[in-house]
Write a protein that binds this ligand. Structure first.
Ligand SMILES: NC(=O)C1=CN([C@@H]2O[C@H](COP(=O)(O)OP(=O)(O)OC[C@H]3O[C@@H](n4cnc5c(N)ncnc54)[C@H](OP(=O)(O)O)[C@@H]3O)[C@@H](O)[C@H]2O)C=CC1
Ligand SMILES: O=C(O)[C@@H]1CCC=N1
Length: 269
């Protein structure tokens, strides 16, 4: 925790990261945020007691520069800031789709770049974060990225070539589960339950199922089979899911998310 970290473009995911570092005891004096809108900067300074600086000043002071702008804003940011990033800094990209080679184009030769895909459960220290070495990133840089993201949940090192798939699966993943919970709550209402009751039933069921997935050594198929009684209620529901092609829809959905990540990269080329 002896490094100073600047989150450049502290929006939703940047704040998730900063709040996790604060909870993990990262000294607030070693955390810097940048924001495009002054009111957003004030909000972050008040909420976390961290410093909010202009991009160039943040990059000059920090050892680690975490880029958390939308991919569509990355080119404008890097065109301006990239040449001003002093040598010897570690640049971490949190951006979906953009390869580390995109960032290297704007940075001084030899600047290490690490690509990270985390997710919003970092807010409850249950993130899944995948970390990949880009140009000039050494084992030491990966270890530093892990030091920052480990307190926020699980971390995994993967080749950068797998990051678009990771983005589709775990980066966007929380949205799919929230969508499912929302739809199942509606189903509870259809069956006559009050909204709050339906919500509570399904949230606790989701938590219980997630804990079983993590803590039992059983394959998900076995866990599902244990719920599915012969001629029972569950198989009646599963038949409907199969009839509606839910498995195929998921395969297609994740492929679409991966394709969108690739399109973002192509647009930035
Ligand atoms: N949301 C998520 O669950 C995840 C997002 N990501 C990635 O994180 C990145 C950010 O996503 P998200 O947090 O959702 O988006 P947000 O729009 O919430 O955050 C981006 C922030 O960057 C600010 N910004 C843009 N340009 C500049 C600039 N030049 N200088 C300073 N600040 C700037 C924006 O300001 P303004 O408010 O004015 O627009 C905004 O606050 C994306 O690349 C996304 O792919 C990765 C994993 C998960
Ligand atoms: O939807 C997005 O593009 C970002 C990347 C992963 C999660 N949210």
């Amino acid at each position: 925790m002896k490094h100073t970290v600047a989150v450049v473009g502290a929006g939703k995911i940047g704040e998730v990261m900063l709040s996790g570092l604060v909870r993990a005891g990262w000294p607030v004096g070693r955390l810097i945020a940048t924001a495009r809108r002054p009111e957003r900067g004030r909000e972050l300074a008040e909420r976390y007691g961290i410093r909010v600086l202009p991009n160039e000043a943040a990059a000059a002071e920090a050892d680690v520069i975490a880029v958390a702008v939308k991919p569509q804003d990355a080119e404008a940011l890097m065109t301006d800031l990239g040449p001003k990033v002093p040598g010897g800094k570690l640049v971490i990209s949190l951006c979906a789709g953009l390869p580390t080679s995109f960032f290297a184009r704007f940075l001084a030769a030899g600047t290490p770049v690490v690509r990270v895909m985390t997710n919003t459960p970092a807010l409850v220290d249950e993130a899944m974060t995948a970390i990949s070495a880009g140009p000039h990133a050494t084992a030491e840089h990966l270890a530093l990225a892990e030091e920052m993201f480990k307190p926020l949940g699980r971390t995994l090192r993967l080749p950068e070539s797998q990051q678009d798939a990771v983005t589709a699966l775990s980066g966007s993943g929380p949205a799919y589960f929230f969508y499912l919970v929302e739809a199942m709550t509606d189903a509870g209402i259809l069956l006559g339950l009050p909204r709050q009751v339906a919500h509570d039933l399904i949230v606790q069921t989701a938590i219980g199922s997630a804990v079983m997935l993590r803590e039992s050594s059983e394959h998900p198929v076995k866990l599902r089979e244990a719920v599915t009684s012969p001629a029972g209620t569950t198989i009646a529901a599963i038949r409907e899911l199969e009839n509606h092609g839910v498995r195929a829809a998921l395969l297609g959905a994740l492929e679409a998310a991966r394709d969108r990540a690739q399109e973002i990269a192509a647009q930035a080329d």
